[in-house]
Design a protein around this ligand. Structure first.
Ligand SMILES: Cc1ncc(COP(=O)(O)O)c(C=O)c1O
Length: 472
């Protein structure tokens, strides 16, 4: 019951009363810059107390667990979460006296981990590069801890109160805030709680409203096989319980590069700081809005703030190293361009290929190193698991000729250091002092291997050209 002394004031009874009722703001500058005629607006979920849309399901899931006795006073909550759900749960737990333990992968931005700890939660970090059924995977670790601690596991991927939260709050807010005139809703999907909950409500009010999912390239929702990508919080390698494709009118796959560059573009041109997944959703929304009628109202769901991604999306060095931005036009890429065109761009071996095959490939192509990559091109940077090196293989085979017939992943060395295609050549030179070769990334994907010989050849060719120019 609310304290009668608060009656007539604007003082919220607790932080929990501040969850939801987030504003919707027109993206006026982007609309001008992109030549968009309809109304394109953004639902600013970063104004929730925990800074993200996940406060809504966190509250709903905990209230439901209290109602049905799964969560008792002083109880513990365990959840595998990439951060935002954790913050929401930690806020609700603080208000209602529960302990929180969060399990997440090492793909998550480090500041998100510090943030959860700041709310008093315990955080356990697990490797991302293992299968979901591996005992080290974050799903398995969360399962084990839940049992050991007799904890409540909200399980946002399977909990019906996750989509319910959005059906009860986000959907009605969008309907009211657009005076029932919303025509398109665009959102990223992770657990699918937000898009499914909102879609259920909006379609119940007007079945003609178009619901469009934005999805990272590689994720299963847009037809991928679950291959890795860098955008956080969205896309999956499995279908969560709230996945309801019948509610979706379209699914648009967006690359990491477009997501990150759009996040920067929106932040700089609108003054609205959004993260990579928000950038992904806006990139899809721009496409939708360009094809919409002038009277349409397209609302894009921005799940959180760019503040959580300052060391990644908004860090020039990080972006340049993945080849998302260029420090200069004629940099590492110029060396690759000048290289003998007959060399196939990315030579690689799969982890299961034999060492003898790797040696054949190196010999045929006259190269001394090969990256070891899972699957087939185009690879994600995370699919590179190591490298084989002529010299190291020679030593290994000298010690044991049997190495020739072992799989590459049993004989490979560490991954080659990476450099972005648009990074300065000085940097490549510095790095090549301690590594025989570098893996060049472009748009977050391995593009080619750069060796000392490549750089030397480039320097001597450009010096010769300069000399020629001087003499002429
Ligand atoms: C950081 C983050 N987490 C999660 C989600 C997905 O929401 P949900 O899990 O409700 O599908 C998004 C959606 O854009 C997001 O950006």
């Amino acid at each position: 019951m609310t304290d009668p002394r608060l009656e007539g004031t604007d003082i919220a009874d607790s932080v929990l009363d501040l969850i939801g009722d987030t504003p919707v703001v027109r993206m006026k500058r982007i609309s001008e810059l992109e030549g968009i005629d309809c109304v394109l607006a953004l639902k600013a979920e970063s104004t929730n107390p925990g800074g993200s849309s996940k406060d809504r399901p966190a509250l709903e899931m905990i209230l439901a667990a209290e109602r049905d006795g799964q969560l008792k006073p002083g109880g513990t909550i365990v959840e595998p979460t990439s951060g935002n759900t954790g913050v929401g749960l930690a806020i609700v737990a603080a208000q209602r006296g529960y302990k929180c333990v969060f399990v997440m992968t090492d793909k998550v931005a480090p500041e998100k981990i510090s943030l959860l700890k700041a709310y008093g939660a315990e955080v356990i970090v697990c490797p991302v590069a293992v299968e979901p059924d591996d005992p080290q995977s974050y799903y398995s670790v969360a399962e084990r801890l839940t049992n050991e601690l007799g904890a409540f596991r909200p399980n946002q991927y399977d909990n019906p109160h996750n989509p319910k939260a959005h059906e009860l709050t986000t959907g009605p807010e969008l309907w009211q805030q657009t005076a029932g005139r919303i025509t398109h809703f665009v959102a990223g999907a992770g657990t699918c709680g937000s898009i499914t909950g909102v879609a259920r409500y909006l379609k119940s009010m007007n079945p003609d409203i178009k619901i469009i999912a934005a999805d990272p390239e590689g994720s299963v929702f847009s037809g991928g096989s679950g291959r890795p990508y860098l955008v956080e919080g969205v896309g999956e390698d499995f279908f969560p319980a709230a996945w309801e494709p019948d509610l979706l009118d379209d699914i648009i796959a967006i690359s990491d590069e477009e997501s990150f560059l759009t996040a920067r573009y929106v932040s700089e041109s609108e003054g609205i700081l959004i993260g990579g997944s928000g950038g992904m959703a806006v990139a899809a929304a721009i496409k939708v809005a360009k094809a919409a009628d002038p009277d349409d109202i397209v609302v894009v769901f921005n799940p959180d703030s760019g503040r959580g991604y300052l060391s990644r999306v908004f860090d020039d060095d990080w972006m340049a190293n993945f080849g998302f931005i260029r420090e200069c036009e004629q940099c590492v890429g110029a060396v690759l361009d000048a290289r003998n065109a007959s060399i196939e761009n990315l030579l690689y071996v799969n982890p299961a290929q034999l060492v003898s095959e790797a040696i054949d490939l190196m010999r045929t192509n006259g190269v001394s190193q090969l990256p070891v990559c899972k699957n087939t091109p185009p690879f994600a940077a995370a699919e590179v698991s190591g490298a084989v090196d002529e010299l190291e293989l020679m030593e290994a085979i000298h010690g044991d000729p049997g190495v020739l017939s072992t799989p590459v992943d049993k004989a490979m060395g560490p991954k080659l250091p990476t450099i972005g295609v648009g990074q300065k050549l000085e940097r490549a030179v510095e790095m090549l002092e301690s590594a025989p070769a570098l893996l060049v990334l472009s748009g977050g994907r391995p593009l080619s291997v750069l060796t000392r010989t490549d750089v030397l050849t480039y320097f001597s060719a450009t010096a010769a050209a300069l000399n020629g120019a001087d003499n002429g």
